[in-house]
Design a protein around this ligand. Sequence first.
Ligand code: SF4
Length: 376
Amino acid sequence: MHTTNAEALELAPLTPQYDPWDPIRSLGRYGRHTLTSVEFTVTNLCNMRCEHCAVGDSLTMKEGARIPVDRVLRRLEEVERLETISITGGEPMLHEATVRDTIVPLLQYARSRGIRSQINSNATLDLERYELIAPYLDVLHISFNYTDPADFHQVGFVRTGRDVNRETADKLYRRMIDNTEALTRGGLFVSAETMINFRTHKKLPEIHRLIVEMGCQRHEVHPMYPSSFAAGLPLLTLEELRTAIGRLLDARDPNVWMLFGTLPFFACSDRDDDLKIVKRLREAPNVTVRNDPDGRNRLNVNLFTGDVFVTDFANEPPLGSMLTERLDDIFAKWERHPLNLRVNCHCPAAACCGPNLLVADSYYRDVDFHHRQAVV
Ligand code: SF4
């Protein structure tokens, strides 16, 4: 039994030096990729339909019953080296019943075992709903890709299949900002994620400024990749991405932690401009580049079907089912999977454990990373 007395736990603050979601830590500690993180898809409902949504095709208008939470907790209890959980959707906070019956018990379990938790939300629901989870939560991860309410209106409802008027969108935009300000003032760690895409790449400094003004302790930045709704959107060139990141680094507030993820720039590149951006990111204060957790130290569990995936936005069939198998055993299957073998390189000197599958597919289709080596 892993459960520990919550009172006795002194949880280390999350900092650029301590990011338990980064698989490079568990790889270093155990000498191989190990399941330390489980992500739960707790709903396929959402009050928005963003044009870039990476799980957009899975969104529904209604859904059935979830697997009872005590059954889920029994499976979690078996994960020997669990360090983090993440809760995602859809919009996990959409219904209060989901929050009370599923999310709070998961977060309470995490807190009692001393493992860290994150929930992904668009932050547009009533503040009271976030106050239900705040006492047990480590990271509220929100999406923020806007410079004003007009951006939010343009991006957030494109796929609803009906007109969402500007007034409704403005109200949600205001609530998202008010919620974030209130929650960060109350001490909750809020990490605002911006994706770099054809709409945002020239506006990142302004978006960053708004995120800092809301009091967010971390700004997370990822390029957009062609998954689900985003599949039809234009992909930026590597040159555009390098320029956008450089511009953001020039303008950022150096006191705020910036976390870059799923970047397509590696220390094994034969291009000078790639190596320059890798070096700049490595040397900038309060900047981290997180290795992709999907399939490295994390699995995704669908709480309706019990299906277990390598990531919540993969088009791949499930690797197994939590209804019949231990999660550690399912992870062992993924380690032998041909897709994993394609991207599971590792250069300790660069603290790099290879590209995300979507990164490899989007920009490096003909590259065999196993034949590359970091240029230190
Ligand atoms: S681990 Fe893979 S992607 Fe990273 S620097 Fe080495 S060869 Fe390149």
